[in-house]
Design a protein around this ligand. Structure first.
Ligand SMILES: [Zn+2]
Length: 351
């Protein structure tokens, strides 16, 4: 285990910035590729600093996720008519987006229904993996006439890459920062490609969304498993309660079933973007261990995406990085406490 030196970490961010500022972008694929790599690092990687091999197939699903919400016609506001699906490339719509638009129509916009049609889904992923290989993969690290091979060896062809020593570490360490940088660059680019349609419309919301907590069916499932009590304070839920992302959405946009809990609006509001204190974490872990499978079945019935393993990996990532940053954890109301190593005991099986 050799983690990159501070100086190399800074260089990594500078290179990300350089790709975003100086790279040429015919389509928006490079943005999706960068984010898919970052997501892979959080969901599958670790903090050892070790190099890793991966194929375009390993990141195809994440790539699809980014375009899924963008594959619907853009509307300025409630009153105006949609202006069509935004262009994501010069010339014709990029093939991945066109394919995803077809899937949107076929499955009425339900990503979980699309995934469940295993055969068709597999064909989509194969197509996307192949597009990643032939389009952005070997162009991402090209800046003007220079190649900046800071992420992986630039073979120039093939569907497999060797991420260098420290790359997974850096993606995990700087996930939030990289996400912000990529989103800003992606928004700027889409605006430029659609100047005629857009005006001053709020693209950030449309392209990347804020928390989407209006997940039909989730409330009743959670209410059952929580016996009608607020997840955090244990008080009775008189009204519907708020659906809360246990690992806050602002840290990682994890809309997977096992990440949700039901809480009083007041508890949810005071938790804000904090990670929850160990007592809450323990309760959450226990709930997912005891009821995980049943919850998974319920999520399936309601068409809610879930992946318990990935959810746990993201939680471990979030807490270990909070520990590195000496963050505070939320206990109740306006009480917070500094994080210590205690959270690790709760994940002893996985760490
Ligand atoms: Zn409460």
């Amino acid at each position: 285990m050799t983690i990159p030196a501070a100086e190399d970490q800074l260089k990594f961010i500078a290179n990300i910035q350089r790709i975003l500022d100086e790279g040429s972008f015919v389509a928006t694929y490079k943005f999706a590729l960068l984010m898919a790599l970052a997501d892979y690092a959080v969901e599958k990687g670790d903090d050892s600093g070790d190099p890793i091999k991966l194929t375009t197939h390993d990141i195809a699903e994440s790539f699809v996720d980014y375009y899924w919400r963008q594959a619907v016609p853009f509307a300025h506001g409630n009153e105006s008519a949609p202006v069509g699906v935004l262009r994501q490339g010069t010339g014709r719509q990029p093939v991945v987006l066109s394919r995803i638009i077809e899937f949107h129509d076929k499955f009425n916009g339900s990503l979980s229904a699309a995934r469940k049609d295993v055969g068709v889904w597999r064909i989509l992923l194969k197509k996307v993996a192949s597009t990643i290989e032939h389009m952005p993969l070997w162009k991402l690290q090209v800046v003007g006439r220079t190649i900046v091979p800071f992420l992986y060896e630039q073979h120039g062809m093939g569907n497999m890459i060797d991420l260098h020593h420290g790359v997974i570490f850096n993606f995990r360490r700087f996930y939030d920062l990289i996400r912000s940088l990529v989103e800003v660059a992606w928004i700027r680019h889409v605006r430029m490609l659609n100047l005629d349609l857009l005006g001053e419309a709020d693209l950030a919301e449309f392209l990347f969304g804020t928390e989407r907590t209006a997940l039909a069916g989730l409330r009743s499932i959670l209410k059952d498993v929580q016996s009608g009590e607020c997840f955090y304070c244990g008080g009775k839920l008189r009204e519907g309660g708020d659906i809360d992302h246990f690992i806050p959405w602002s840290r990682y946009p994890l809309d997977l079933g096992h990440n949700f809990v039901l809480a009083h609006s007041a508890c949810n509001r005071s938790k804000r973007d904090f990670l929850a204190a160990p007592n809450h974490l323990e309760k959450w872990q226990k709930r997912n261990h005891v009821h995980g499978t049943i919850l998974g079945d319920e999520f399936d019935t309601q068409g809610i995406l879930h992946n318990q393993g990935a959810t746990e990996k993201v939680a471990i990532w979030a807490y270990s990085h909070a520990e590195t940053a000496c963050a505070n954890l939320w206990l109740r109301k306006d009480e917070v406490l500094p994080i210590d190593r205690g959270w690790r005991d709760l994940f002893s099986a996985a760490l």
